[in-house]
Design a protein around this ligand. Structure first.
Ligand code: GGG
Length: 354
């Protein structure tokens, strides 16, 4: 029987509530498909920071490296600056394992109400592909006259042709693999960012020329934000920089009905290192500890992990079980207008899986 070693970082806030639920679903899938998941839990995050002054220990990357995949809950705590939590855990893992493709599907499941008036279940079905290792999140810069009245902060974006080319190519390959609209939308702000984003535009055109059967469009990020609301059904694969992908995928999460349904994968497409799977949402301190967080984003992220581990059928089954629960409409957490608990929603998914 094949055993997959899964590093599990539940993290903070609602992360500690959704991760046990996704493990329950994975265990059920494992039983059915005759594999084993050996979960290795790492108690890194805010509590680790309060105790040791770091979000994760110095040797963390070495501990994660041998694992087949990483499942992450959420990071963030109201008493720690967000840049400390993000740069102390999530971003170093993405960079260390060259998880350069952050894949964030936006699918409006039948039975779920979009806040937009027009779209019905199935009408919205696209994927945001976010460059995940460089761009605006490269953490290059510094302070001059720090903490003095004349303080200066300099933060530089890093865009490389190699970095842009590989993520754009990933987006085109995904459009071909999805075989839906075969359209890739590239998002920049090259009218204002005349160097980095101009390089992005040129690289996009170069790669696009190699995919004559894929339709393309280039949008400025402000127009893209507008069109995610105005014509979400027109998108197929959307590719953007680290920052733009991060922002736009929050819009796509909400047009499909809830942040609680938005899954994501941080992929090393070359499979040299473990990839990491996480819900798009953060630690949600406002609802943490109440037992009402929606577990479906994490369960769908676990389904993406199954797909990455080449358990395609198991991935499809988990996705279908989630779709069936949403279509029934009886069992749902408050973010979707229901009154069910986190555990009850998982119970309903497990029932459908059976
Ligand atoms: N689910 C992981 C999490 O806590 N995400 C919140 C967050 O701030 N993410 C920033 C990012 O994805 O770059």
């Amino acid at each position: 029987m094949r055993t997959f070693t899964i590093a599990v970082i539940a993290g903070d806030g609602v992360g500690t509530e959704v991760i046990p639920q996704s493990k329950r679903v994975l265990e059920k899938a494992a039983l059915k498909h005759k594999v084993t998941f050996a979960f290795q839990d790492f108690d890194w995050g805010a509590e680790h920071f309060f105790r040791w002054g770091r979000m994760m220990p110095a040797g963390a990357i070495d501990l994660l490296q041998p694992c087949d995949a990483i499942l992450l809950g959420a990071v963030g705590h109201p008493d720690i600056p967000d840049h400390t939590t993000l740069n102390g855990l999530l971003l170093p893992i993405r960079r260390a394992f060259d998880q350069y493709a952050n894949v964030r599907p936006a699918y409006l499941y039948p039975g779920v109400q979009s806040p937009l008036a027009k779209p019905r279940g199935g009408d919205i079905d696209f994927v945001v592909v976010r460059e995940n290792t460089e761009g605006e999140y490269a953490q290059v810069g510094g302070f001059v006259y720090q903490l003095q009245p004349e303080e200066i902060a300099i933060q530089t974006s890093v865009f490389t042709r190699r970095g842009i080319e590989r993520i754009v190519r990933f987006a085109f390959d995904l459009a071909v693999k999805r075989d839906k609209k075969r359209r890739v939308s590239s998002i920049t702000k090259s009218n204002a960012q005349g160097y980095s984003m101009a390089l992005w535009d040129r690289t996009f055109q170069d790669v696009a020329a190699q995919y004559p059967n894929v339709e393309t469009e280039s949008l400025l990020v402000d127009a893209a934000a507008m069109n995610f609301i105005r014509r979400p059904e027109s998108f197929d694969v959307v590719v953007g920089s680290n920052l733009f992908g991060d922002i736009l995928s929050d819009i796509s999460a909400i047009v499909i009905g809830s942040m609680g349904l938005a899954a994501s994968a941080n992929l090393d497409p070359l499979r040299r290192f473990p990839s990491m799977f996480e819900p798009v949402h953060g630690s949600a301190p406002d609802i943490a500890g109440k037992g009402v967080v929606n577990p479906l984003a994490t369960i769908l992220s676990a389904a993406m992990m199954l797909d990455h581990l080449q358990m395609d059928e198991a991935a499809r089954e988990v996705d279908a079980a989630v779709a069936a629960v949403l279509a029934d409409g009886h069992v749902r957490t408050p973010d979707l207008g229901g009154r069910s608990s986190t555990e009850e929603v998982t119970d309903a998914v497990l029932e459908k899986l059976a």
